[in-house]
Design a protein around this ligand. Structure first.
Ligand code: IPE
Ligand code: IPE
Ligand code: MG
Length: 231
């Protein structure tokens, strides 16, 4: 069982298009899949779940779609906060939140504060997140704290990333059929097992998730070493 699962939740638009529905209906349906995957992850004892909800590149979508996504994000923060708390889940939003509207920033603060002391699963929601942004902000903060070139090493950099203190993802799942990282956790995914499925995000349920986890269980992770049997 992976300790940390990271997911690129892709395919909402195509899910809607197939049904001749507007894209935001796909996003709304996708929010339901988020709920199911969060519940299933906690049930299976996953320690950290990181969900890619909105990338730094997604601002380039039509303004109506961006506002629909922002509204969904705000609704979800307000609606799910108490359920997350009841389930002992710690919510963290990773990404540059300064670009969000004040009410979204307030809802993020509120949900994070409410769940801050929970000891169960950590749920990272990557919003206005980009892997390149993450590395840059880490280096900038390191320097701002007086970090010197001599003391900059992999641990120091990792310790300033938005995922600092958490294990690196063991499994990265991308739904929706594309085989790319799209500026997700580029530093953190260095040794992660990758799983791609054609299932569109709104259709990704506990069964599809179980298949991904079963696939992961069959993988042999070597981290550059030889197989244990040959050592
Ligand atoms: C993923 O679904 C959701 C976000 C990126 C916010 P898409 O909206 O990218 O769906 P497709 O890829 O167009 O089908
Ligand atoms: C990646 O999906 C971002 C999220 C799921 C939030 P995109 O749909 O934005 O990625 P591309 O454009 O296909 O690379
Ligand atoms: Mg997409």
């Amino acid at each position: 069982m992976p300790r940390h699962v990271a997911i690129i939740m892709d395919g909402n638009g195509r899910w809607a298009k197939k049904r001749m529905l507007p894209r935001f209906v796909g996003h709304r349906k996708g929010a339901g899949a988020v709920r199911e995957v969060v519940r299933e992850s906690a049930r299976r004892g996953i320690e950290v779940l990181t969900l890619f909800a909105f990338s730094t590149e997604n601002w380039q979508r039509p303004p109506e779609e961006v506002s629909a996504l922002m509204q969904l994000f705000l609704d979800a923060l307000r609606r799910e906060r108490d359920t997350l708390h009841e389930n002992n889940i710690r919510l963290r939003v990773i990404g540059d939140r300064s670009r969000f509207a004040a009410e979204i920033q307030a809802a993020i603060d509120e949900a994070e504060r409410l769940t801050a002391n929970n000891s169960g699963m950590v749920l990272n929601v990557a919003a206005n997140y980009g892997g390149r942004w993450d590395i840059l902000q880490a280096v900038r903060r390191f320097c701002a704290e007086g970090g010197t070139l001599d003391s900059l090493d992999e641990a120091a950099l990792a310790g300033h990333l938005s995922t600092a203190g958490l294990p690196e993802p063991d499994l990265m799942i991308r739904t929706g059929g594309e085989h790319r990282i799209s500026n997700f956790l580029i530093w953190q995914l260095a040794y992660t097992e990758l799983y791609f499925t054609d299932v569109l995000w709104p259709d990704f349920d506990a069964v599809a998730y179980g298949e991904a986890l079963a696939d992961y269980a069959r993988r042999q992770r070597r981290f550059g070493r030889v197989e244990a049997d040959d050592a």
